[in-house]
Design a protein around this ligand. Structure first.
Ligand code: AHR
Length: 503
């Protein structure tokens, strides 16, 4: 028996729109050849930024974009990326293939991109190889008005008004590529760096400490104990967490589109492991911060496979199948459920890298929207909506020696009072009938869309871009505020539950 009861008139916690955030690193063709084509390109662009990508991401209401890394952030020196292009010094991107970075995409270009996307910037500062002064000056350059050396430099580079920048990361993966620090050492460094993240004018910095990888609970414990506050002054607004599916070291073994049912359940089960991770990191945070003032920011997550044949292994370019759509849907349902602590999440990485929403064709203007893109398009209904309690009972899906619940769901009520349900059905072998019951709202109609395909490896390509895309659901018949739907095998669904005019 598969059944979902939705309590439409309950719920208190809000699902932050920032859970639907993104990440763009100077890595492979994420920026260059992805977002950025340059103003001289024949590919339609606005000041060098590819128009079609901006339009696609605006359509999913991208709330924030994290930049410039990732591991790149801790070797990036922002002053190399301002001023006229010919005067910008080049550098070697040592972490991602040793390619030459010409710094043509820098601070002004990133802020222009965020303005075109209508999203908030999330900047990750350099702790590993940078200085406190460098980070302090970057904040001043971006956000200071009035008379200040950095504001004057910004004006000389063509931007009169300060930008607003809220989200600020203090280093990335400081336990690894960001400096190989111990938790105790980073906690001290964090306190020192964050001291100089000044609030200019009415700009308010939301300080995000570099957090744990996967099950590194010691890191979370130390950061919450040592760096959350100092002598009664709060020093941290968010603490990050990174989790890739499957977790290393096996993550490089699988292929994005050549797999069978064993790899199907391996990946989907591994994706749901983040539920336990969030629960455990939250429990530690709760001990030090019972009011839940500090957000858990899952600012890197997604699937990580072997790269596509013939591509540079350092560029992390992978295709994206229906399996990735389900991995994203399961993960987003988990984030939604934990929204009291999880305030932000950033899928890695929006364009051409890892679990991308968009792939671009080299040297052409063609782009393809991946199955993961369609999940973001469908799930945007939850952005800033109120999480509704639901009771889900379902059959398990079993394969080999693995078992997982067949269904996963989120229900929410948006600010206009509309109720939405997203549903993910992981069994690739059969459809299931699910009975839905709505309580606390008189139900008039149900509309919805479903994302599925006829095989589990289905994916979109430049020549066949619509193999996996949502389609409309048949109308459901409502009786006594209940209805039954046949949920296709291996599918993601979004429903809108429309109330009668009077309850
Ligand atoms: O997203 C790719 C890399 O994964 C990031 O640069 C790093 O932070 C993580 O290890």
């Amino acid at each position: 028996m598969n059944q979902i009861v939705i309590n439409a008139d309950l719920g208190q916690a809000s699902i932050s729109k920032h859970i639907y955030g993104h990440f763009a690193e100077h890595l492979g063709h994420g920026i260059y050849g992805g977002f950025w084509v340059g103003a001289d390109s024949l590919i339609p662009n606005t000041r060098g930024i590819r128009n079609e990508i901006v339009a696609a991401l605006r359509a999913v209401r991208i709330p924030n974009l994290r930049w410039p890394g990732g591991c790149f952030a801790d070797e990036y020196h922002w002053m190399d990326g301002i001023g006229p292009n010919p005067q910008r010094p080049a550098m070697i991107n040592t972490h991602w293939g040793g390619v030459t970075e010409n710094n043509h995409f820098g601070t002004h270009e990133f802020m222009d991109l965020c303005e075109q996307l209508d999203c908030e910037p999330y900047i990750c500062g350099n702790v590993g190889s940078g200085t406190v002064q460098e980070m302090q000056q970057w904040v001043e350059y971006l956000t200071s008005d009035g008379a200040s050396p950095m504001a004057d430099l910004r004006r000389r580079n063509g931007r009169e008004e300060p930008w607003r920048v809220r989200f600020w990361g203090v280093g990335n993966e400081s336990w690894g590529c960001g400096g190989n620090m111990k938790a105790e050492y980073y906690a001290h460094e964090y306190l020192r760096y964050q001291t100089y993240l000044r609030n200019f004018g009415d700009n308010r910095i939301f300080k995000i400490a570099g957090g744990a990888n996967d099950t590194d609970y010691h890191w979370t414990e130390v950061l919450m104990k040592e760096a959350r506050s100092n002598r009664g002054h709060p020093c941290m607004h968010g603490l990050s967490l990174h989790y890739y599916t499957p977790d290393s070291p096996s993550r490089l073994k699988g292929h994005a589109t050549q797999f069978g049912e064993q790899e199907w359940i391996n990946i989907l089960n591994a994706a749901t492991k983040i539920d336990g991770l969030i629960t455990n990191h939250t429990a530690i945070m709760d001990q030090h911060d019972p009011q839940r003032d500090v957000g858990l920011m899952v600012d890197e997550w997604g699937t990580w496979y072997a790269v596509e044949a013939g591509t540079d292994p350092n560029f992390l370019y992978q295709q994206n199948s229906l399996r990735d759509a389900l991995a994203a849907a399961l993960t987003l349902n988990i984030f939604n459920r934990h929204c009291e602590r999880v305030r932000m999440a950033n899928i890695a990485q929006t364009v051409n890298v890892l679990q991308a929403l968009i792939l671009t064709e080299a040297g052409s203007e063609r782009i393809v929207l991946t199955p993961t893109y369609h999940v973001y398009e469908m799930y945007q209904v939850h952005q800033d909506a109120t999480l509704l309690p639901l009771d889900l009972r379902c059959e398990d899906y079993n394969f080999g020696n693995q078992t997982m619940p067949g269904l996963s769901a989120t229900a929410s009520r948006d600010r206009a009072g509309r109720v939405h349900l997203t549903l993910c059905h992981v069994n690739p072998n059969r459809n299931v009938d699910v009975r839905f019951e709505v309580r606390g709202m008189a139900l008039k109609a149900v509309t919805g869309r479903v994302l599925t395909a006829d095989h589990m490896t289905a994916h979109n390509t430049f020549n066949a871009p619509a193999q996996v895309r949502p389609s409309a659901l048949p109308t459901a018949t409502i009786q006594n505020n209940q209805f039954t739907l046949t949920i296709p095998a291996m599918s993601v669904m979004v429903l809108e539950l429309q109330p009668s005019a009077t309850v």
